[in-house]
Design a binder for this molecule. Structure first.
Ligand SMILES: [Zn+2]
Length: 198
C-alpha cells in the first residue's frame, strides 16, 4: 500500500535568492490520500508520491524511533483521508507522521555515476545532467553528520538511513518498509532487503 498524495497548506521556510529553491513545511495536519482498493492492512510505513512526498510512519513507529534516539529531524502529523481501504472500512486507521528527514551527508556524484550540470553559488543546490547514468549511491563518508534518516544534496526525496533503522524494523516486525543497499539504488528489478525473513 502506498499513498498518492499528502496535502496540506504549507509555509515557506526559506527561498534561495539565486536559484529560487524553496523549502516548504506543512502548516497543518497532512491529509493522506490512498487508493481504497490497494491494501489489506494498515501498514507501519507508507511511501507518498504527491504533495508532501516521501516517508510516512505510523505513530507507534515514530514513538519507537524516538525512544531509541533515532535522529531524523521533525515529524509532521498526517491523517488518512477517506475513503479508507475497502477491506478495512470498519477499522480505525493509525495516525501517521510525515518524516521529511534532514540533510545528513553529501553524495559523491562522480563515484555514483552522475554528471553535475550546475551548482547554485548560494545554497549549493546541485542539478545533475539528465543524461547521467547513475550506477549506485556513494556518500562522501566524512560529510555524514550522524543522522539516522537523512537525504543528500542529490534530492530531498532520496532517503538514506543508518542500519539502526533497519534493525528496529526487523526487531519490531514493521511492515511495508523498503530498504535498498546503496549499490542497488538504480536496479529497479531489485525488490529490497527481506528484513522480515526469519
Ligand atoms: Zn540556490
Amino acid at each position: 500500500m502506498a499513498a498518492y498524495g499528502g496535502y496540506a497548506a504549507h509555509r515557506v521556510v526559506s527561498t534561495c535568492p539565486i536559484c529560487g529553491t524553496e523549502v516548504r513545511e506543512p502548516a497543518e495536519n497532512i491529509a493522506l490520500q490512498i487508493s481504497p482498493e490497494k491494501g489489506e492492512f494498515w501498514p507501519d510505513a507508507l511511501e507518498c508520491a504527491g504533495g508532501f512526498m516521501g516517508l510516512y510512519v505510523a505513530s507507534h513507529v515514530k514513538e519507537t524511533l524516538d525512544n531509541a534516539a533515532i535522529k531524523y529531524g521533525r515529524g509532521f502529523r498526517a491523517v488518512l483521508a477517506r475513503p479508507y481501504l475497502k477491506k478495512l472500512q470498519r477499522s480505525v486507521p493509525p495516525s501517521y507522521f510525515y518524516l521529511p528527514a534532514v540533510l545528513g551527508a553529501k553524495l559523491d556524484f562522480a563515484a555514483s555515476g552522475y554528471r553535475i550540470a550546475s551548482t547554485c553559488s548560494r545554497c549549493g543546490r546541485i542539478r545533475t545532467d539528465a543524461a547521467s547514468e547513475p550506477s549506485k549511491y556513494k556518500l562522501i563518508e566524512e560529510t555524514w553528520n550522524g543522522s539516522d534518516i537523512f537525504y543528500t544534496d542529490l534530492s530531498p526525496v532520496a532517503l538514506f538511513c543508518s542500519d539502526r533503522v533497519l534493525t528496529l524494523a526487523r526487531e519490531n516486525r514493521w511492515t511495508n518498509f523498503r530498504f535498498v543497499p546503496p549499490e542497488q539504488a538504480h536496479n529497479y528489478a531489485y525488490s529490497g532487503i527481506n528484513y522480515l525473513a526469519k
